[in-house]
Design a binder for this molecule. Structure first.
Ligand code: PMP
Length: 400
């Protein structure tokens, strides 16, 4: 009996399920490539030195008062500048309403709730595949018509650019167009500069409202500017848009839930009214955001020395990941793995979409104790010099 006896067991989270299975394995060679977090060559989580120093400064000056509903004002201003650039017209003309929210996920959710209340079109276009939470966040917020556009092309393991444009042209005018700003998750496939220009043209033609999900700025290429190219290209064209930023990956602040939502409006007066409405979304949802992580981010972005150190460390993380791409590619060739593997080095960011089939992944897990998602995605940060060779041998075996 009991009031909740009818409640059925929910399905396990696919990614957290992998972590559990990995933990249970007693094989010393086991390899966890499911994690969506940076790991050092030694397989350890990394607290950036810039973050460590900023954190000490925050701790030595304790403040546990409530923040305003929209968070730390400097945090919002600095976050918008980081994304759009110092000399962006969005920033100069105060066309942005930027609010602090709970990392990337919470920022997406606040943005979706705002759109459900104040944007007339209920259609959101998501890349296929995309980060699974996108499929849940929008309908739960009230943006119910979720449609997929072609993005990944299995035959080339690259972008299905033609298919993407074709699908976008067929979509309803004014649709919300979700775009990964860089380092597309799960595929690691980003449009080229020319392709971004083509996407922008269609977005203008179709009067789409772009919604950029920026979870990896600086973490993808190691260069904060470069990873913001698409956002800035769209902003420079005077596009109104939304932007969800996360500091989970690029500052390693995963558990602190630091992020920002920006709505870019036509002018400053509209942006001010939009901000007043974002407050009405946030107040009954979580009232006001947490201080600690955002205070750390403010210190890192404000202090020239810490900022320079952060940029260096950010590049260090990106370089290690890209180094693993090169090494895995070489080891796959050395192991004689059948097929073409250049996509491993061409893809970017935390993940690589290997192209392995579900049975091949299951074989790798059963025989080689390699834990990864069934779609063939591997977390590049989960690899090191030694495990690249082991993985390549496993992949070669799984394919043969
Ligand atoms: N968007 C994408 C594409 C992501 O990969 C992630 C992190 N996995 C997020 C958003 C948000 O993560 P968080 O809420 O931890 O910032």
């Amino acid at each position: 009996g009991g009031l909740f006896s009818h409640v059925e067991q929910g399905p396990p989270d696919p990614i957290l399920g992998i972590a559990e299975a990995y933990k249970k394995s007693t094989n010393p060679k086991k390899l966890n490539l499911g994690v969506g977090a940076y790991r050092t060559e030694e397989g350890k989580p990394l607290v950036l030195e810039a973050v460590r120093r900023a954190e000490q400064a925050v701790v030595s000056n304790p403040d546990h008062e409530y923040l305003p509903i929209t968070g730390i004002p400097e945090f919002n201003a600095l976050s918008a500048r980081l994304a759009f650039g110092e000399d962006s017209s969005v920033i100069r003309e105060n066309c942005n309403a930027t609010v602090q929210a709970l990392s990337g996920t919470g920022s997406l959710r606040v943005g979706a709730e705002f759109l459900a209340r104040h944007y007339p079109v209920r259609t959101v276009l998501l890349p296929s595949p995309t980060w699974p939470s996108h499929n849940k966040i929008f309908p739960l917020a009230g943006v119910a018509d979720v449609r997929a556009y072609r993005y990944f092309k299995p035959s080339s393991r690259g972008l299905d650019y033609e298919g993407m444009l074709e699908d976008l042209r067929k979509a309803p005018e004014g649709s919300i167009l979700l775009l990964h700003a860089c380092a597309h998750n799960p595929t690691g496939v980003d449009p080229s500069l020319d392709q971004w220009r083509g996407i922008l043209e269609v977005a203008k033609e179709k009067k789409f409202l772009p919604f950029f999900d920026s979870a990896y700025q600086g973490f993808a290429s190691g260069d904060l500017e470069r990873d913001a190219t698409a956002i800035r290209m769209f902003a420079d064209e005077g596009m109104e848009m939304l932007l969800a930023q996360s500091y989970a990956k690029n500052m390693g602040l995963y558990g602190e839930r630091v992020g920002a939502l920006t709505v870019v409006a036509r002018d400053a007066a509209i942006a001010e009214r939009v901000e007043s409405q974002l407050k009405l979304v946030i107040r009954p949802m979580f009232s006001n955001p947490p201080r600690f992580g955002a205070a750390i981010v403010v210190k890192v972005l404000q202090d020239p020395e810490l900022y320079a150190l952060w940029r260096k460390e950010l590049k260090g993380m990106a370089d290690r990941i890209n180094g693993m791409r090169t090494l895995l590619f070489q080891e796959l060739q050395r192991a004689g793995a059948p097929g073409k593997w250049s996509h491993i080095v061409e893809q970017i960011g935390m993940f690589s979409f290997t192209g392995l089939s579900k049975p091949q992944v299951e074989y790798l897990t059963a025989k080689w104790h390699v834990y990864m998602t069934l779609d063939g995605r591997i977390s590049m940060a989960g690899l090191n010099q030694a495990s690249c060779r082991y993985l390549a041998e496993g992949i070669a075996d799984a394919i043969r």
